[in-house]
Write a protein that binds this ligand. Sequence first.
Ligand SMILES: C[S@@+](CC[C@H](N)C(=O)[O-])C[C@H]1O[C@@H](n2cnc3c(N)ncnc32)[C@H](O)[C@@H]1O
Length: 225
Amino acid sequence: MKSNPQKYLRKHLGYLGDVKGKRVAVLLGSSGRKAIPLALIGASVTVVDISEENQRYALEVAKEAGVEIEYIVSDVFEIDIGKFIHSYDVVYLEGGILHYFADLDSFARIVYDLLKTGGRLVLNDFHPIRKFIQYTEDQGIEIKGDYFDSRLFEGAVAYKSMFPLSEQSEFPDCLLRFWNMGEIISSVAACGLVIEQLTEEPRADGNHFLPGSFTLVANKFIVQK
Ligand SMILES: C[S@@+](CC[C@H](N)C(=O)[O-])C[C@H]1O[C@@H](n2cnc3c(N)ncnc32)[C@H](O)[C@@H]1O
């Protein structure tokens, strides 16, 4: 990370722009794998994540990397918005985010409030096509599921499969809501952000004729009506 922080930010650097000296909020920022590289290239970074264990890990890595990050352990819906309102140049979220939220409009409103005027949202997540196209090594590509399903599903906590089986039984499940593209774009637009671009990226597993993820960039402008 120290020798090549840019590598950890991959193609997102192009969307984030020059973050040196900028305030960046990494929501659901987990182990700091994006926040620490951002700090290494000169951003002032705040992570919000619900997990105390993630905080501990991220702060230890940040210390080893020789940078400081602010790490707030909280449900993102419960942050003291008054304390952080209009504070950030960039709000950045990536890699497994929106399915944790049962209310996307309220989440978009939080992002809007965190951003300064002129600030930008960079949101990268799994492509909603996964709602009805699934891939497994044995079965290959299968079309199953309902793109318009709005129910909550019980699912595993992220990275659960990386723990020993004996520990996995202790993990609680979480409720997941899989949003479709129209719902995602509508929530971001409805909160007042102006969508600049939506890029769809191919799957990384060899099925590159299918989308795997998307990146949405939206800006907070003063809109003259
Ligand atoms: C799959 S990770 C997202 C990827 C992440 N950007 C990374 O760097 O690995 C999901 C994270 O969201 C956090 N999380 C889930 N729901 C949350 C919520 N309501 N508020 C804050 N954090 C939440 C989890 O603790 C977990 O670290």
